[in-house]
Design a protein around this ligand. Sequence first.
Ligand code: FAD
Length: 310
Amino acid sequence: PYDTLIVGQGPAGCAAAIYTARKGLRTGLIGERFGGQIMDTAEIDNFISVPKTEGAILGRHLEEHVKDYPVDIINDQRVDKLVPAVEKGGLHEVHLANGAHLKARTVIAATGARWRQLGIEGEDEYRTRGVAYCPHCDGPFFKGQPVAVAGGGNSGVEAAIDLANLASHVTLLQYDDKLTADEVLQKKLATLPNVTIVLNAATQKIVGDGKKMTGLTWKDRKDGSEHTLDVNAIFVQIGLLPNSAWLEGTVDLSPAREIVTNDRNETSVPGVFGAGDVTTEPYKQIIIAMGSGAIAALAAFDYLIRVPNA
Ligand code: FAD
């Protein structure tokens, strides 16, 4: 069995693997896609100490760094289920979609999250060329330019407030007939002169010149009228979905289906830790996911030296 089996090969999982391997733990690192979300990212300007990089380059560096250590890398495998140890100090079982089972004294769940998409024409074509999901990441690229936000919940309204500081104008498109964000955020939004709120707006199509996004079309759900909007970007804020289905019924999940972790990244199951975007840790960013992976790894090491084998 492994001392530590890490599920998920994004920034959080890779950081955890380097830390546990450096502690001399027998480490496995399993996942569906090495690199995780960064493989969908074009430019990255907020990975501190590296002023500019790209997702694919950072992904390659992550892989090289992990390979400096004796980590058992198991690629292209989907995990279906966790069967926790019956007693503290026992072995957990991780079940793979291919039918195999892996055993480990500690498990670090680092399966990340994915942004809910609009599912409209042009969204795939202009992703990273105007269609964006992360205001902290991509907001500064649209300084002084008109942008849109899709979504009137907390994340959509927060994004609009954030972007109003940078963009020339922000149009917030909300599908429902009212915003659902907290009152305090709605009040703040209403004070901003360069924000327009459009309710009952179904975003229909992203348009562009083949190279980058130049606008979008939306339909008024009340009167059926169709409209165009010239914007250089749309920030899609209609939900972040944690990849936690494989843990349903074992570790405690939040109402948003994130793994509930404490400040040592412990979950409700002894010997099972969470790291990165799949957890309740706030602010989903690469540097935060890596720090979270390091905490989970050190906490797993602490567990292993304290808890006797069952
Ligand atoms: P992820 O990167 O999501 O990795 C999860 C891993 O788990 C993957 O390997 C996945 O294949 C695997 N996995 C999931 N489910 C299973 C399963 N059932 N079985 C096996 N494996 C599984 N952050 C920044 O700091 N700066 C940026 O500029 C930036 N830009 C971004 C741009 C885009 C388009 C996107 C989508 C995100 C961006 N982010 C950015 C956010 C950043 O990418 C994430 O915060 C970070 O990747 C989270 O790391 P993670 O390891 O927790 O999860």
